[in-house]
Design a protein around this ligand. Structure first.
Ligand code: GAL
Length: 827
């Protein structure tokens, strides 16, 4: 909605032109060739590819192990000698130069206007040319930045050219490529409120009253003119609840900032799952004319860290049940898409997640807005590298000159978003092991504090010994420890903060629907099929199983929660298969790359989601050839105990063993057994496979049978079942996506968990085929072609709405199976 419409809706009459924003989505041209003349206005781009932005040039593949092969030793993972990392950045062709060109108009342009271009993120090293002249550049591919392009712009037919340049070995994961986030043209009067010039805080929050403080920066074109600031606050229902009014003459002000304070009664607090959002509409008048109008969305809520006690949100103690997430959207690559973000957050909320760490970089504005709107907390991160390299061409190349600019933009951009709970200045940086490391940490933390004092600043540290020694841990307002929970006690004794955050935990690995025998706890286990076991017993050399973190979080009162690595699988980092091509995406997710829950999803859900019933049985029960062999059965449930039956025969009862406690004197490292697991999962280790039915009956604490669940050996594959997740209808905006799960099922509708057939799609009607994925880290089927193999019986395909209402019909066919579904597109 543009500003004028919004004003009319609110019943306010604008007296003059305020500001204008246009998002440049359609009509772009793109090429991978690099010649300097591309910046020129008269360049013939007729043969370039037509694209819509957001656009990720590399996600279309093809996958190839030579794409950014990294011959190196990963120090963090304990590698001593260089090896050939094939899929480390996803095996996709993101390296190299890409050019984008488009045209735009600024019809409102007059001599008293200023024009800005804002990139929500451009991967990477963007150089921006307007009408053949270089307007500016940036380096960090994740950050939002804007440039003043007034000197280069005219009212009509402006040519915008953007050069992006991705280097080899610039990342530890798939970064994406190109204009993968939105681009906006923003026109303002010369007297205006700068972009991100409004800061709203709620320093005092009570149930009956909240104080709202609004600081507004301004640029005055006529310093002697009287300026007036009128701000209205609208509650979540759109009712006006406060007005503020300030007058000044800019030449009398020190810092071109106006501060306004008010109170509102009975505030509707923003909280986890309760996304009450207020709006502040600030108008800047010069004399009697409105020169700018800015609407800022914010929430009323409080955050407090109480040493030796915990983290408080709105006066209520909370524990972080968090996930780390990389920025890619699986088969969509890095190209931002709101429906895919909403789906991700929805799946995580179902798992019981209340916070997401945007590891290890700045999130897209859509991500933060959606988190605000869905009541999901965020830990917003900036860097994976400071001045000392982790990868040859990483951010260290720019750190010295750009860190301050990058952090400033990040904090100013997102400091009004209520979802943002804390900031992260880094992740496992090499400076942890340098004597002066704490000085860099202090420098970065201070930059954040300059723009926002209301949120804690943290840092993901994985070298407890070093950061206790060089004071980096003591410097941080909130200490974040990556892994090694057995070090929490020592850190607590030595450090001043008296609170510990598990900033990154678990890194358990598993592949959806894959089970390995015998079932044993293992570190860095590898198999010929390049998969990891979904019994959730495998982890990395530096990491552990979910329960190793839970037991610390529950038994040590000064822990404030954790962010597991990771919520969803992501492209790149196929640990432990560093050199085994075609393995090219992660095994860490509780949910796979397609967005399908692994067993681990239900393990976390049973512990974290207090509102929902979880009663989940694993493994599947199609083990032809294992008849009579020990085939352990695990049940993940929120109920305290349960009885298991195979073909009606009881296999005995198991209860969560609450006598298992964190050992007083902990050993360094991980236990080698599954003892801690007994407190949280129900395990029948000796059950023998026989085809038929596995049934679990769960009991409550009074011994009453309250729920049951069955899985059975599936018969011959009979059909493909297509079902839509979450959403029932799409909006005709050329962006909205439907996510359709495709499953091979038998005659009775049981999943056939060993079918890996190729499925072909045909999509007709009011939308298009967009992409598909199956969660198999070794699968090199291109995501964007309308065919994909099932992985252990399942995959997810996506269709995108067109611009008109109607019906989309989707047909899926393998050699022997077929299925159909339709999705509505509604205005
Ligand atoms: C951490 C790191 C993450 C990821 C993870 C895998 O050390 O912060 O980015 O590499 O390990 O376990």
């Amino acid at each position: 909605m543009n500003k004028i419409n919004l004003l009319l809706l609110l019943g306010v009459v604008a007296t003059s032109w305020a500001q204008q924003q246009q998002t440049l989505e359609k009509g772009w041209k793109f090429t991978r060739e690099d010649k300097p003349v591309f910046s020129q206005t008269n360049y013939n781009d007729a043969k370039w590819q037509r694209v819509t932005v957001p656009h990720d040039w590399a996600i279309y593949g093809p996958f190839d192990m030579e794409n950014d092969i990294q011959r190196t030793a990963i120090k963090q993972d304990g590698q001593k000698a260089a090896i050939e990392h094939t899929g480390r950045t996803g095996g996709l062709p993101f390296v190299g130069v890409g050019w984008y060109r488009t045209q735009f108009n600024v019809p409102e342009l007059t001599s008293d206007k200023q024009v800005f271009i804002q990139f929500d993120g451009a991967m990477s090293n963007p150089e921006v040319f307007v009408n053949g002249q270089k307007a500016g550049e940036w380096h960090n591919g994740y950050n939002t930045f804007f440039l003043d392009i007034t000197p280069y712009v005219k009212a009509n037919n402006n040519t915008l050219a953007v050069r992006l340049n991705n280097l080899t070995q610039m990342s530890r994961w798939y970064p994406g490529a190109g204009l993968y986030r939105n681009v906006h043209i923003i026109t303002k009067n010369k007297t205006h409120i700068p972009i991100w010039g409004v800061q709203i805080t709620t320093p005092k929050v009570r149930e009956d009253l909240a104080e709202i403080v609004i600081k507004t920066e301004y640029v005055a074109n006529n310093p002697k003119e009287k300026l007036e600031f009128r701000t209205e606050i609208l509650d979540p229902q759109g009712q006006k609840v406060a007005t503020m009014h300030s007058v000044l003459v800019s030449s009398t002000s020190f810092d071109n900032t106006v501060e306004q304070t008010t109170t509102i009664k009975s505030p509707q607090l923003w909280d986890i799952g309760k996304p009450f959002l207020y709006k502040a509409v600030t108008k800047l008048y010069e004399g009697d004319t409105v020169k700018d109008e800015v609407t800022t969305t914010f929430g009323v809520r409080s955050i407090e860290l109480k040493p030796n006690d915990g983290l408080y949100l709105n006066g209520r103690k909370i524990k972080i049940q968090g996930v780390c997430m990389h920025h890619d959207l699986g088969p969509l690559g890095a190209a931002v898409n709101e429906s895919a973000i909403r789906r991700q957050i929805q799946i995580m909320q179902d798992m019981g997640v209340n916070a997401i760490r945007t590891s290890h970089n700045m999130p897209a504005p859509e991500y933060v807005r959606v988190a605000d709107e869905m009541g999901m907390l965020l830990a917003v991160e900036s860097f994976d590298e400071w001045a000392i390299p982790k990868v040859e061409n990483g951010y260290h190349l720019y750190f010295k000159d750009w860190a301050e600019k990058d952090l400033t933009n990040l904090v100013k951009h997102y400091r009004n978003n209520p979802s943002v709970l804390m900031w992260f200045i880094g992740n496992e940086v090499e400076e942890q092991s340098v004597e002066s490391g704490s000085q860099v940490a202090r420098y970065l933390q201070d930059i954040i504090k300059k723009y926002d004092t209301t949120r804690p600043v943290s840092n993901g540290m994985d070298r407890p010994h070093d950061v206790l020694k060089n004071n980096m841990a003591a410097t941080m307002q909130l200490m974040g420890f990556n892994y090694r929970p057995f070090k929490y006690k020592e850190a607590y004794r030595k450090l001043p903060q008296q609170l510990i955050l598990g900033s990154e935990t678990a890194s358990t690995v598993s592949s959806r629907g894959v089970y390995k025998f015998p079932v044993e706890r293992k570190s860095m286990a590898k198999y010929p099929d390049m998969q990891s076991s979904s019994y959730d017993v495998e982890h990395c050399g530096w990491s552990n199983l979910p329960e190793d973190d839970w037991i610390h979080q529950e038994d040590l009162p000064y822990t404030i929660g954790e962010f597991i690595w990771t919520g969803f699988d992501y492209l790149g980092e196929p640990t432990p298969y560093y050199v085994e091509w075609p393995s090219h995406s992660s095994y860490f997710g509780a949910v796979d790359l397609a967005g399908l829950p692994k067993d681990r999803f239900y393990l976390y859900r049973s512990h974290w989601n207090k509102e929902a019933e979880t009663l989940h049985i694993l493994p599947h029960w199609n083990w032809e050839g294992r008849e009579g062999e020990a085939t352990p059965i695990f049940v993940y449930t929120n109920y305290p105990f349960a009885e298991l039956f195979i073909n009606g025969k009881s296999q005995g009862k198991r209860s969560k063993d609450l006598s298992v406690k964190l050992e007083e004197k902990e050993q360094e490292g991980n236990p080698s057994d599954l003892n801690r697991q007994k407190r949280y999962r129900l395990m029948w280790m000796d059950t023998k496979y026989e085809p038929g039915t596995v049934k679990v009956v769960a009991y409550d604490t009074n011994g009453k049978a309250v729920a049951e669940k069955e899985i059975c050996t599936a018969g011959k594959p009979y059909a493909l079942r297509l079902s839509t997740e979450y959403k029932t209808a799409l909006t005709p905006n050329s962006k909205d996506l439907a996510f359709i799960t495709v499953e091979a099922v038998d005659k009775d509708g049981n999943l056939c968990p060993t079918v890996n057939d190729l499925v072909q799609f045909s999509v007709k009607g009011a939308g298009f085929y967009k992409a598909a994925a199956n969660g198999d880290a070794t699968c090199t089927d291109p995501f964007h072609l309308p065919k994909m193999h099932l992985f252990n019986g399942k995959l997810v395909m996506m269709v995108q709405a067109g611009e008109k209402a109607g019906e989309i019909t989707i047909e899926a066919k393998s050699k022997t199976l077929k299925g159909k579904i339709s999705v509505e597109v509604k205005k």
